[in-house]
Design a protein around this ligand. Sequence first.
Ligand code: AHM
Ligand code: MG
Length: 343
Amino acid sequence: MPPKLVSHARIMTIERHILEEQKIHPEATGTLTNLLYDLALAGKFIASNTTRGGLAEILGETNEVNIQGERVMKLDQLADQTIYRMNDHTGRLAAMASEEHEGLLPIPERYQTGKYVLLYDPLDGSSNIETNTSIGTIFSIYRRISDSGPGTMEDCLQPGRNLVVAGYLLYGVSTMLVYSSGSGVFGFTLDPDIGEFLLTNDNIQIPKKPKYYSVNHGYQKYWGESMVRYTQYLQGLDGQIPPLSLRYAGSLVADFHRNLLEGGVFYYPADHKDPQKPSGKLRLLYEAAPLAFIASQAGGYASDGHQNILDIVPTSLHQRTPLFIGNRTLVEKAEEFIRQYGI
Ligand code: AHM
Ligand code: MG
């Protein structure tokens, strides 16, 4: 049987979508549009390498240790460099910052600087690379605060509330790009045959009825009472709600994406596992804030257990934060347990 033909009117490439979004903002100069398009291109390049995996001899660890004290995988480096190189010369950015580097990534002096800053986690969930499980890229775009010249730390240390665009690429069964520029959340799937991202998830809203909870249960030993009780609540053990199913990939983008489409909550709480990391593992700027922006655009909510993630003003690039993200009711319930029982 020949495949059913899809009407051309329904085929929305990411390029067309970004251009149409731009028309909503008559003041737009196209800079942001092009920036997003470059990120989609970087995503295609990274996807083509992640899917080749071991064949291209790019799996495995390098001998380097990154700023987080973790071993750097070759694919991390490739993704990191791809994003930097695709954006360093365009005149659109004042500076960049990557989860893989300690400080700001300046724009080389020979190129012009622009009005935005780009923060990114080039390959999130990299412990999954070796086992062929989903990984992702997370990106954030802010308008610069400084007037001109090289971007400054102040330009990067902005609360999530100031985000202009946030998005992620998910390298899973298929490659997806999901983004929001403040007027909804849109998901595109890469058609590998034609090399284009096509709109597959229009105006994503988190389903009201949650299905899943996602947490690293193995760390329960390090949790305080609030998290033990909150988890029992999600399991329906205290009789308040029917039990939710547990899903945890250990790859934030994949876990977040599943809960965005199916409803649920992901949490990585503060714990006693490592005295050096009392706020848990995840980074405010590279992971929590951009996903919080997307969650809120999809009708959800993200909290550090006390306050909206989007309200936190960062003090350093690699600051960590507890994260509760997903359906508002479930995230607010976590805040309630923390208020009652402490962290
Ligand atoms: P990474 O940026 O070094 O890959 O770490 C972040 C990842 C997230 O994708 C995921 O949610 C978390 O680490 C899983 O951590 P754990 O293995 O402690 O559950
Ligand atoms: Mg990460």
